[in-house]
Design a protein around this ligand. Structure first.
Ligand code: HEM
Length: 375
């Protein structure tokens, strides 16, 4: 049954500073930029926590993930700010009420991020001092960051189902206001899908780094490839199942769009799946052959393309849900008054920022290489 929100907060009186298509594009691009370090962080944490729990950590894998985590957390947070701004500008009418309604659950993201980040630093830089608590510290950080991802899933699902707002605010949990959106059937499959995707990407990037090292003649590289590929393959294969559950827990009108209802939607979803299958094949071959470099690089490029396609699917699902459940909200009706000077300045600063980041990464890589670490 289609459930429609009959009320929404009034739109911002200030017109949008750029055309809707441009803001949407920037939201899309910056979200893809966010998801890559986020996957390395979240997936790397899950892999580390798992090896601490089993006590069977591969040393090169542990050193590689521990080495990059402090850097990728910083990137996750800073690349998260940009899509957050575009999301608020475009969908403020839906996003702010959703964040306000989950209330403490949203505020707790900041606390979880801070504590989780401390834990990562302690594990990475003062591992000896932590002694037997070392494993628990990284497991704690993993749980906290999983919570951050879950909180985002809550707010993003709630913003496109405004008919639940009143229900959650008034009826479900009126005294505590820690209102997770757990009555949303897509919530847990969505969370599972993102976490498995993160583990897969972290495994693949470990294999990629290993392939680079191996090409330079370092033996540890081969072990990274050997350990990283199974994480990529295992998590991706599981995700075919979880992803299917995620799709079909959406209402029929939405999932039908992706199985032939709309050409672009169908091509994006199944194109993304096919790319990931081919990536799996290349990764598996890369693990078996003497010279894995080319195979792992191809698997990585295909996976990146698959991520872009899946991000497109995510954006389409949002539009479909909003059109169904919040017809009062229509981006076509929002007043726009482009400020081209400021947009040009933004583009220049964005490019300069990206260039600076690339330069910083290069310096970091050189510093690690000098210290002779497998970082
Ligand atoms: C390590 C911490 C983080 C993790 C694990 C994480 C994880 C995620 C996940 C799983 C999603 C997808 C949510 C969904 O579609 O249901 C997401 C989206 C998003 N994240 Fe992050 N995130 C982190 C930090 C941040 C921070 C600090 C910010 C902002 C400052 C941020 C901004 C965003 C935004 C704006 C989106 C939604 C984009 C959209 O739907 O268009 N994230 N994040």
């Amino acid at each position: 049954m289609e459930r429609i929100a009959s009320f929404l907060p009034a739109p911002e009186p200030i017109p949008l500073p750029a055309p809707v298509w441009l803001l949407q594009t920037l939201l899309f691009v910056t979200f893809v930029l966010h998801i890559i370090p986020m996957n390395m962080t979240l997936g790397g944490l899950v892999i580390l926590a798992r090896s601490e729990m089993s006590g069977r950590a591969s040393e090169p894998m542990r050193r590689w993930i521990t080495g990059y985590l402090p850097v990728t957390v910083a990137f996750t947070v800073t690349t998260g700010v940009a899509p957050l701004l575009f999301l608020q500008v475009l969908y403020g009418q839906l996003f702010f009420p959703a964040a306000v309604i989950i209330a403490w659950a949203w505020f707790a993201v900041i606390i979880a991020l801070l504590l989780g980040y401390y834990g990562i630093y302690a594990y990475a830089l003062a591992s000896d001092k932590l002694g037997r608590w070392k494993g628990w510290v990284i497991i704690g950080s993993t749980v906290l960051f999983l919570y951050v991802a879950f909180a985002f899933n809550n707010v993003i699902t709630l913003m496109s189902t405004p008919f639940r707002w009143w229900e959650l605010w008034q009826e479900r949990n009126p005294s505590v206001h820690f209102n997770l959106n757990i009555w949303e059937p897509t919530l847990f499959p969505r969370f599972g899908h993102f976490v498995l995707g993160a583990v897969a990407v972290a495994g693949l990037i470990a294999a990629l780094y290993g392939a680079f090292l191996h090409r330079k003649g370092e033996e540890a590289g081969k072990e990274l490839v050997k350990n990283g590929v199974p994480w990529f393959v295992g998590a991706t294969v599981l995700n075919y199942f979880v992803g299917a559950v995620f799709l079909f827990t959406h209402e029929q009108a939405v999932w039908r769009t992706f199985i032939g209802g709309d050409m672009l939607a169908t091509v994006l979803l199944w194109g993304g799946v096919v790319l990931s299958v081919i990536a799996l094949v290349f990764a598996v071959i890369g693990r078996r052959v003497e010279r894995p470099f080319n195979f792992v690089v191809i698997a990585t490029v295909l996976t990146l393309l698959s991520i872009v396609a899946m991000a497109g699917v995510k954006f389409m699902v949002r539009s479909l849900l909003i059109a169904r459940h919040a017809p009062l909200f229509n981006l076509k009706d929002v007043p726009v008054q482009p400020q081209w000077g400021i947009i040009a300045l933004f583009v220049v600063l964005l490019l300069a920022g990206l260039w600076t980041v690339a330069w910083m990464l290069l310096q970091l890589q050189r510093a690690y290489a000098k210290k002779g670490q497998t970082a």
